[in-house]
Design a protein around this ligand. Sequence first.
Ligand SMILES: Nc1ncnc2c1ncn2[C@@H]1O[C@H](COP(=O)(O)OP(=O)(O)OP(=O)(O)O)[C@@H](O)[C@H]1O
Ligand SMILES: [Mg+2]
Length: 398
Amino acid sequence: MSVPMSVSVDPTSVDPNHHQSAPAPASSVAQDKQDKQDKGEELRPHAEDAFAVELAALAAQDDRPRPARWRMSPWAVATYLLGGMLPDGTVITPKYVGPRRIVEVAVTTLATDRALLLLGVPGTAKTWVSEHLAAAVSGDSTLLVQGTAGTPEEAIRYGWNYAQLLAHGPSRDALVPSPVMRAMAEGMTARVEELTRIPADVQDSLITILSEKSLPIPELGSEVQAVRGFNLIATANDRDRGVNDLSSALRRRFNTVVLPLPESADAEVDIVSRRVDQIGRSLDLPAVPDGVDEIRRVVTVFRELRDGVTADGRTKLKSPSGTLSTAEAISVVTNGLALAAHFGDGVLRAGDVAAGILGAVVRDPAADRVIWQEYLEAVVRERDGWKDFYRACREVSA
Ligand SMILES: Nc1ncnc2c1ncn2[C@@H]1O[C@H](COP(=O)(O)OP(=O)(O)OP(=O)(O)O)[C@@H](O)[C@H]1O
Ligand SMILES: [Mg+2]
């Protein structure tokens, strides 16, 4: 028996960690969220709120065919991610900096009956791309399951509101749908973060959902059938491989797109500068003019140590145990900017980023420290124009 499900649940009740609590009245939650948005108080607005103007402009000017329930065409989704200019002059800022083809393949996958798996080393923007894809395709990036070793099956299928269940027995009212169930019923994009951290048997509850496009509810003798527009984006970290490898049955339900590290230093400097600027504004950090030279040095250090060779290819280096990802470079520079703004002279200097770099490089206090010292003495010290940087690093390393 297939019962069409009308899901009108309060957004707070789909939090996988709170699936047993009694829902708060939906209207007050929505109002509260609206108030905070109006005041610009949210620490980190969702993509669909932060870029609402761009998304609305894209949807309005997009005359290409849209898949069922998509807010815009695949072309417009790709433009939203990669950036561009619309006919009326609206500038779409690039969200993802990387090969266009990767974005095109990812977007196209979402318009097929296969789900999308974003794979890559840490800090390659898997979560970031997944959020922006969901925001552009469905206008909602919040139908999210965070994968951990403790993720229960209810977080992917559904749970129960136990007060209701005990009082009235199993019914649609007592059922607390997971974000995935809501996405199926409403034809939206669901997201699963860190899929390979989820225990294998829980992961497998996705197989029926992705192949049959249906989620059985045996307690009610019914099911939820996915409507058109439903799809799922999962992310997984290369480094976690082997933790809970995807079963081959599940892997076959996904198109895998691997997100690469930034191909050049220029691209990475560009990514770091853009994100630092955005984050700095959202944190109300006083503006620090043109820190691009310092950003370039941070990126150079990270890339050289990551690649195990200096940028000119001349000197081989040992790589430390940390990942030294673009994401870490972003946080080192953000911290540096805060230091410069609050305790320095308002200019980003070597001394503001040195401690952050040390923290990112030296994860293992013994082995990594030796690698760092060797790099400082053999490479940084000899480099033209890097004297201040060398001194600042020596100071914090002592
Ligand atoms: N190619 C890129 N284009 C734009 N932003 C990028 C790129 N690479 C990294 N970033 C930035 O790096 C930050 C971290 O990205 P994100 O958290 O999505 O990484 P991740 O791949 O999910 O990492 P993890 O495996 O640790 O979960 C984001 O702020 C994102 O903007
Ligand atoms: Mg992530």
